[in-house]
Design a protein around this ligand. Structure first.
Ligand code: HEM
Length: 230
C-alpha cells in the first residue's frame, strides 16, 4: 500500500499576502462605494471620499506587488512565464472546468497555471482603473474613450474577474488537497506525494513528484523552509 508524504510548504510571502488582501478588500469596497454613488439617498461626498481613498490604497498595494516582482520565489516576475509542465497543466485545468470538475485537478506550485496570465492582466487592469479614477474629470480621451467611460469599463472587467476568481478558488479548494485559500491567509499549503516508503529526502520527493502526470516545481520547494508533517 503506497504511503503518502505530505509536505507543508511556505509559498506566499507575508508581503504578497498583504498586497493580495489589500487589493481584494479594496476591490470589494470600490464596488460597494461605486454602487452607493449611483444611489440618490446615499451621502455622495462621503462615498466619493472613501472611493478615492480606497482606490489610492489599491494603487499602493499594486506598487508593493510590482516591487515584489523583483524578489525571489513565487512573487517574482519569472513565476508568470509558464514552463512546459505548467503549459500542460493549463490544458488539464481547461479539461477540469469543461468537465464541471469531474476531470482531476492538476498539481501546481503557487499560482494556478491557467490563471497565471489572467493575474498579470488583472494587475494592468487594476492599475488602469486606478489611474483613470485619478484623472476621472480630465477632458483628454484615450482613442475616443473618455476617462470616465474607460474607468467604468475597466471596473466591469475587474468585477467579472473577481466573480470568476472567487468561484474558481473555492472550487479548487473544494476539489484539491492543497488548502489553497488558507495558503493565501497563512502562506503555507500542502503538497502530497505518494511513495513506497516514508523517505523524506528531497531528491526522492522530487522523483516522486515528477512521476505524477503534472508536477509542481519541486526546485522551488527545495529553496523554501518546510515544516515536517510527513
Ligand atoms: C474572498 C475573496 C478572494 C479569495 C478567497 C482569493 C483567494 C486567492 C487565492 C487562493 C489565490 C491563489 C490562487 C492560485 O492558486 O492561483 C489568489 C491569487 C490572486 N488573487 Fe485572489 N482572492 C480573493 C479576491 C481577489 C480579488 C477581489 C482580486 C482582485 C480583483 C484578487 C486578485 C488575485 C491576484 C492578482 C492573485 C495572484 C496573486 C499574486 O501573484 O499577487 N483576488 N487569490
Amino acid at each position: 500500500m503506497p504511503l503518502e508524504n505530505i509536505r507543508y510548504v511556505l509559498i506566499w510571502s507575508p508581503w504578497l499576502r498583504l498586497s493580495h488582501w489589500l487589493i481584494a478588500a479594496g476591490t470589494a469596497f470600490q464596488i460597494t462605494s461605486a454602487w452607493a454613488l449611483k444611489h440618490d439617498n446615499a451621502n455622495y461626498t462621503f462615498w466619493l471620499d472613501w472611493h478615492i481613498i480606497s482606490g489610492q490604497i489599491i494603487l499602493m498595494a499594486l506598487v508593493l506587488r510590482v516591487v515584489l516582482f523583483f524578489s525571489p520565489g513565487s512573487s517574482s516576475w519569472r513565476a508568470f512565464f509558464p514552463d512546459k509542465t505548467q503549459r500542460q497543466a493549463m490544458l488539464q485545468m481547461i479539461k477540469f472546468y469543461l468537465s464541471f470538475a469531474r476531470f482531476p485537478l492538476p498539481n501546481w506550485y503557487a499560482h494556478n497555471p491557467l490563471w497565471l496570465p489572467l493575474y498579470l492582466l488583472m494587475f494592468l487592469v487594476l492599475a488602469g482603473s486606478s489611474m483613470t479614477g485619478l484623472f476621472y474629470d480630465a477632458t483628454q480621451n484615450i482613442s475616443s474613450y473618455s476617462m470616465s467611460a474607460l474607468h467604468r469599463d475597466l471596473a466591469y472587467i475587474i468585477i467579472i474577474f473577481s466573480l470568476f476568481h472567487i468561484v474558481t478558488v473555492l472550487l479548487h479548494d473544494l476539489k484539491g488537497k492543497g488548502a489553497f485559500i488558507s495558503a493565501m491567509i497563512n502562506g503555507y499549503r500542502y503538497f502530497h506525494f505518494t511513495g513506497q516508503n516514508n523517505d523524506t529526502d528531497k531528491h526522492s520527493l522530487k522523483n516522486q513528484a515528477e512521476k505524477k502526470p503534472v508536477t509542481i516545481s519541486v526546485d522551488s520547494i527545495e529553496k523554501r523552509p518546510t515544516v515536517g508533517k510527513d
